[in-house]
Design a protein around this ligand. Structure first.
Ligand code: URA
Length: 193
């Protein structure tokens, strides 16, 4: 099946799954993810916030603005990469996703990775980093994001080598403006890669 058809099928399945999820609320949208299906780089965030849940688009609120700035700094365009989250529905009051929620949504992220087959996966924040590193058998290298942000972990898969890069979640800049420079440094590595 073509990538477009595969991703459309998966999106439909994801929307049906979301409708039955305890996180589903009328008037809000699942945020499946968007971007190029031929992307070399995939960004994996945590879960939609308010703005994302009313538009269905990933990273379109405050954290999204920061992300756009960082992408521009790294010379990357949104349309050339693929952006998604582990959890596809907004947890109430933007609370952290539970392990149970992460587990229940993970098959959709797994399949997105399989279809898009990126060369680089950037994990935005601790939750995404934890899930992706465990998935790719990097549990022994897993530490808090303050310790491993910006490091590049190469893993061999059936489909080739994937580089996994944990990054701070862009929302961190809304709490501590100084963190923007740290994120910029890390995003610059993407340009080099
Ligand atoms: N934070 C995330 O992790 N994902 C979004 O889509 C928006 C904010």
């Amino acid at each position: 099946m073509e990538k477009e058809a595969e991703i459309e099928k998966l999106k439909k399945e994801c929307i049906e799954f979301c409708k039955k999820s305890p996180l589903y609320k009328d008037g809000t949208f699942p945020v499946f993810g968007e971007g190029s299906l031929n992307a070399d780089i995939m960004l994996v965030g945590e879960a939609p916030g308010y703005n994302e849940s009313i538009t269905g688009k990933p990273f379109c609120g405050a954290a999204g603005k920061i992300l756009d700035e960082l992408l521009e700094y790294a010379g990357l365009k949104r349309e050339d990469i693929f952006i998604t989250n582990i959890v596809k529905l907004r947890p109430p009051n933007n609370r952290n996703p539970t392990q149970e929620e992460i587990k229940s949504f993970a098959p959709f992220l797994d399949k997105q990775i399989e279809i898009i087959n990126p060369k680089i996966i950037c994990c935005l924040g601790n939750f995404s980093t934890g899930y992706i590193m465990k998935k790719f058998n990097l549990s022994n290298k897993l530490q808090g994001i303050s310790k491993i942000h910006g490091q590049v972990f190469s893993v061999s898969t059936l489909f080739g080598t994937i580089k996994i890069i944990p990054l701070y979640h862009p929302a961190v800049v809304t709490y501590d403006a100084n963190m923007k420079d740290v994120l910029k440094e890390d995003f610059k590595k993407l340009t080099k890669l």
